[in-house]
Design a protein around this ligand. Structure first.
Ligand code: NAD
Length: 289
């Protein structure tokens, strides 16, 4: 690293809290070194109350850009000069690009989900999807899938505070992508859930269910309803294979785990920062296997 940093090296950052567990610094710095790009990436612990200061610092120090993680993804929105269509629809930003002081906010979570599926030979265009969840990850996937040409999206969530958010997502998709049929249902209506899964091409879990320490949980209790042609994707990456995925595999379904989404949303941000492709295969082997 000491041989790489010079007077012209441009900084990139991650802001949010906590950030000390993040794989982003090691993933990006490895890739910059490998590609001979004159950038360095550091994580900064920034609570919501410090977002304005962090945005000023991005401009003052002329950072190339920044990733944004929880809990700052919505707060940074009001400081952006421009937004990508997905960031505008979702109301959240995870990647900021700085062009001579003009800040554009993007969100790469949904792009990362789509690239991870594509990496497994699956595309969403023309497909019917059942997506369980209405939080940050779920909303990004729902909006991006609609923008990417999904034919139909059935959203299921428990009737908590996120249910209202899902209603907004449905309204936003209906307005911006009228060709996509989108509906929201109560996750506790299992009869409806199973009926929608039966006619879906892709099922996605984008909730906390199945995540450590609740590995024994799954949002789909009856594993007999999986049909062989169903692709089952989970955003949870700890454990790498959730109970939902194990049940689906036992029923003969192809499954896609959440770790790849994490990698690919970083690769999408890397492309925005540098204009180049991240060495995904190497990064995957070194840090994501
Ligand atoms: P969030 O807090 O924004 O949303 C939580 C979601 O889980 C909501 O839909 C909520 O209704 C649902 N939920 C919570 N408890 C539930 C229960 N008992 N039964 C059914 N639903 C329940 O969280 P998020 O940021 O969207 O994260 C969700 C999951 O996605 C986490 O496991 C997170 O690690 C993962 N994630 C993965 C990636 C990736 O790149 N793979 C990226 C972001 C998030």
């Amino acid at each position: 690293m000491e041989n790489r940093i010079s007077g012209s090296t441009r900084l990139l950052s991650l802001i949010g809290t906590p950030v000390d567990h993040s794989k982003s610094p090691i993933m990006y710095n490895y890739s910059f070194q490998k590609a001979g790009l004159d950038y360095a990436y550091l994580a900064f612990d920034i609570p919501v109350t410090k977002v304005a200061d962090a945005i000023n610092a991005i401009k003052t120090f002329n950072l190339r850009g920044s990733n944004v993680t929880m809990p700052c993804k919505s707060e940074v929105l009001k400081y952006m000069d421009d937004l990508s269509p997905a960031a505008r629809m979702i109301g959240a930003v995870n990647t900021i690009i700085n062009e001579d002081g003009k800040l554009t906010g993007h969100i790469t979570d949904g792009l990362g989900f789509a690239s991870n599926l594509r990496d497994s030979g699956v595309t969403v265009a023309g497909k019917k999807m059942t997506i369980i969840g209405a939080g940050g990850a779920a909303t990004a996937i729902q909006v991006q899938s609609a923008l990417d040409g999904a034919k139909e999206i059935a959203i299921f969530n428990i009737k908590d505070d996120f249910y209202q958010k899902a209603k907004q997502t449905v309204a936003s998709i209906k307005q911006e992508v009228p060709n996509c049929i989108v509906q929201i249902y109560d996750l506790n209506d299992t009869e409806k859930l199973y009926a929608e899964i039966a006619t879906s091409d892709i099922l996605v879990n984008a909730t906390l269910v199945g995540m450590h320490p609740y590995e024994s949980k799954t949002p789909v209790k009856d594993a007999t309803i999986f049909h062989k042609n169903l692709i089952v994707a989970d955003v949870v990456y700890n454990p790498k294979k959730t109970k939902l995925m194990l049940d689906a595999e036992a029923a003969g379904c192809k499954t896609v785990g959440g770790l790849g989404m994490l990698l690919w949303q970083g690769a999408e941000a890397y492309k925005l920062f540098t204009g180049e492709d991240m060495p995904v295969e190497e990064v995957k082997e070194l840090y994501f296997s």
